[in-house]
Write a protein that binds this ligand. Structure first.
Ligand code: AMP
Ligand code: GLY
Length: 433
């Protein structure tokens, strides 16, 4: 098989790395890819924009690409799957109508309410005055969300009414462009967040191992929200009993609701959940793609060949496959970020120590990196590398990730030293899948 992967993050490097472990995979092309995908054997980068559907489809048709896998939400929301399928290509990732589940929070909220999926109470507004008076009537803390895609920056968990009101103003004043035509205002939930990514072919839905992300920039989960500073799987808070409830009360209901709207949803359905201290849960959001950095801890534990699962989703025969097989043990990833992220940061800093990190047994996935003209790996984004450890338990996996990342150096490197603090503190009981 020849596979084309759309995207340039750690998630896409992890997808390419996993696929290349199978003898079925002959060649991978990443559009546009990063320094990691450029350096891997049997893998190359193609410098096209992720929304240049015409060039991507021409390349794929001319080069006999068997399967296109779409990583990020933006091309999915713009209809890349519909476009490439019309050209006769096989594409893993939902069609545009399905991607609305991530691309419009108001649409997703209505779907959840119709389907009876547990979610935070919410109201949708099209202008600031009504939104602000609603916030006043509800009080703080309260959550303000821009409706559309905002690269993870569209949500404010406001601790005061004033903070919520300025978030409303910023959205309606156009901070997020057309993503801010609607504002969703939600009750603030407390608890622990869990990411449940599931594969679906529109009929069958198979969850992957549950993962836990660390969204905040600072140790102790403080400071600004980021795309994710580290993750681990399988998170023990998602017990088998809880996973069974998520399957029937969230995932199956969502697929049924999509089907009732004539949406044939095939790809990843990712439910971001808040687990309350009493163990009950609500859906915070749905995503229409693999999570990043969750994928970097889920795929190393996957035993079933990834391409078999993805093809079965595209060809609507997931139900014919045996249950997904997993390796025992745990995985953890630590994100090395550019100093200043999620705010401003510099690029083009030389990175050293990747080989030394790999010698410890850790796996280094590249995110914001590129090969410069001298063929050196340099920084090219906020989240630069994901150093992943695998072990028999969380202690080992986390220790391996940190033993690896110690060797990585670039100007301004920052990483959290407390990834996995919840599992290590014993607040969550360990369990193997
Ligand atoms: P979203 O893009 O909707 O997942 O929101 C991004 C992040 O904001 C989530 O991962 C949570 O950390 C936080 N968040 C979103 N909705 C809520 C809510 N209703 N209550 C508390 N935190 C929330
Ligand atoms: N790690 C969060 C996300 O992929 O949306």
């Amino acid at each position: 098989m020849k596979v084309l992967i759309v995207g340039n993050g750690g998630r896409e490097h992890a997808l390419a790395w996993k696929l290349l472990q199978s003898e079925q995979i002959e060649q991978i092309v990443c559009v546009p890819g990063n320094g990691g995908t450029a350096s891997m054997e049997y893998c190359q980068n193609l410098p096209l924009a992720v929304d240049d559907f015409d060039s991507i489809s021409r390349y794929a048709l001319e080069h006999g690409i068997t399967l296109v896998i779409v990583g990020p939400e933006v091309p999915l929301a713009k209809g890349i799957t519909d476009y490439l399928q019309n050209k006769g290509l096989m594409v893993f990732g939902p069609i545009r109508a399905g991607a609305q589940i991530e691309a419009s929070k108001a649409w997703a909220k209505a779907l959840m309410q119709e389907a009876g999926i547990p979610t935070a109470q919410a109201a949708v507004f099209t202008e600031a005055k009504a939104a602000k008076s609603y916030v006043k009537s509800q009080g703080a803390p309260i959550v303000v969300k821009a409706d559309g895609l905002a690269a993870g920056k569209g949500v404010t968990v406001a601790q005061t009414v004033e903070q919520a009101q300025s978030a409303i103003d910023a959205i309606f004043e156009g901070q997020f462009g057309s993503a801010g035509e609607f504002v969703v205002i939600e009750e603030c939930l407390i608890g622990q967040e869990v990411s449940v990514l599931a594969l679906t072919d529109g009929l069958t839905i198979r969850p992957l191992l549950p993962a836990q992300d660390h969204k905040r920039i600072g140790e102790g989960d403080i400071g600004e929200n980021t795309g994710g500073m580290g993750a681990y799987a399988p998170t023990p808070i998602a017990t088998p009993e809880l996973m069974a409830r998520i399957q029937s009360e969230v995932l199956e209901k969502a697929i049924a609701a999509l089907k009732s709207k004539n949406i044939d949803y095939r790809g990843v359905l990712y439910a971001g959940l808040m687990i309350a201290p009493d163990g009950d849960f609500k859906v915070l959001e749905f995503n229409c793609r693999f999570g990043d950095p969750e994928t970097q801890v889920i795929l190393p534990l996957l035993d079933t060949p990834l391409e078999e699962l993805l093809l079965a989703c595209v060809e609507q025969r997931l139900g014919e496959l045996p249950p997904i097989a997993w390796k025992a043990g745990a995985a953890a990833t630590v994100v090395a970020a550019s100093g200043g992220y999620p705010g401003e940061y510099t690029k083009n800093q030389a990175i050293t120590g990747i080989k030394e990190a790999e010698k410890t047994g850790a796996t280094v996935f590249h995110a914001g990196t590129k090969l410069n003209q001298q063929q050196q790996i340099v920084t090219d984004g906020g989240r630069v590398l994901n150093v992943t450890g695998i072990g028999e338990n969380f202690q080992q996996a986390i220790a391996q990730a940190y033993a690896g990342i110690k060797h990585i150096q670039f100007e301004g490197i920052y990483y959290r030293r407390d990834i996995g603090h919840r599992v290590l503190s014993g607040k969550q009981k360990e369990q193997t899948p």
